[in-house]
Design a protein around this ligand. Structure first.
Ligand code: GYE
Length: 331
């Protein structure tokens, strides 16, 4: 081997060491030095539902950005809206001995076995965004997310107020979120409770559009074919409402006028539709859970107590309020 190539190797190796050193220094300054010297970053395994909606995209971005900012190493898995993929991802995280597991459960039921496996492996679990229906609350440390029943109730209360002068029947169709998911179950419940005392407000059809635009469009087409008189659409998220807009226009009706449209989320495209007069009301659901999640990850890793339930703050928007809020909306 020539001396020149040996020298080149030494320089390359030195450069590598320097680079690694400066990267570690960067990481430490980001976290405020709370992970001490060396490279003992907290490793977080996160299983995401999928990429079904604008809400989900904003949620994923928030989690990735917040992890980087907190100096937490993120192992991210996209389950493509399938529970079996989430169970697999969680088992992988257990095998890899991550420090903390967080996930947004696609449906509410069927988690006890895998959560027990995580507990036995002494890996703390944090639920974000969606809840599970496990009776054993010791299977997870906390649940960070919205009150979906409240969102449904706020949507229903607004409608009751709007239609209080209506004399005849008001026919409502409902686009439900993913079957068996917490937001679909809870939004349906909250909305039904809010309108219950008003017998002229009637849900004439209710079906899942799986939280997607394509699903919302397709199911709304069926609703329009089967129901000659639809006065109101309640969609469990903006994306299904946006998909339904196409079906409504194609049926020769004017969204926001012929059919009153209420949705949940308040992502940018939804807010735009509201400001444009195509939607009539949105109950907000915040996807920006990343920073709070990273705080919780650090705390549970350190063995600190955390509250069992942390609720996201949110509001509602009318068309006028959407026009005002839109320019400063981040997602
Ligand atoms: O409303 C919907 C998404 O779980 C709160 O999931 C989330 C819901 C959100 O697909 O757009």
């Amino acid at each position: 081997m020539s001396t020149r190539s040996t020298a080149r190797r030494v320089i390359a190796a030195l450069a590598g060491v320097l680079l690694a050193g400066s990267m570690a220094a960067c990481g430490n300054s980001d976290t405020g030095g709370d992970s001490g010297d060396g490279n003992d970053k907290i490793v977080l395994g996160f299983s995401q539902v999928g990429a079904e909606s604008g809400w989900r995209t904003a949620n994923t971005t928030s989690i990735k950005e917040a992890a980087a900012e907190a100096g937490i190493e993120l192992k991210f898995d996209d389950a493509q809206q399938k529970q079996e993929n989430q169970i697999k991802a969680i088992r992988n995280f257990i095998q890899q001995k991550v420090d903390v597991i967080a996930f947004s459960p696609v449906v509410e039921s069927g988690w006890d076995t895998v959560l027990k496996e995580a507990k036995d492996a002494k890996i703390p679990v944090i639920l974000t965004d969606r809840a599970v229906d496990s009776a054993d609350k010791s299977l997870y440390k906390t649940f960070l997310g919205s009150d979906f029943v409240k969102e449904g109730r706020l949507a229903g209360e607004w409608l009751v107020e709007q239609k209080k002068a209506a004399s005849g029947p008001v026919n409502i169709v409902e686009l439900q979120g993913t079957t068996g998911s917490a937001p679909a179950n809870d939004r349906k419940k909250g909305f039904a409770e809010a309108i219950a005392a008003n017998p002229n407000l009637k849900i004439v059809a209710s079906q899942s559009g799986d939280f997607t635009r394509a699903g919302g469009k397709q199911v709304m087409e069926q609703f329009l074919k089967a129901n000659p008189k639809i006065d109101v659409l309640f969609a469990h998220n903006d994306d299904m409402g946006l998909g339904a807009l196409e079906a409504i226009s194609a049926a020769g009706k004017t969204p926001g006028k012929d059919i009153t449209i209420i949705t949940v989320d308040a992502v940018k495209d939804g807010m735009q539709a509201l400001a444009d007069g195509k939607f009539n009301f949105i109950a907000e659901c915040s996807p920006l859970l990343g920073p709070q999640l990273m705080e919780l990850v650090k705390k549970v890793k350190a063995g600190e107590e955390v509250p069992a339930r942390i609720e996201t703050e949110e509001t509602t928007f009318t068309q006028e309020q959407a026009k005002e809020a839109l320019p400063n909306r981040k997602y």
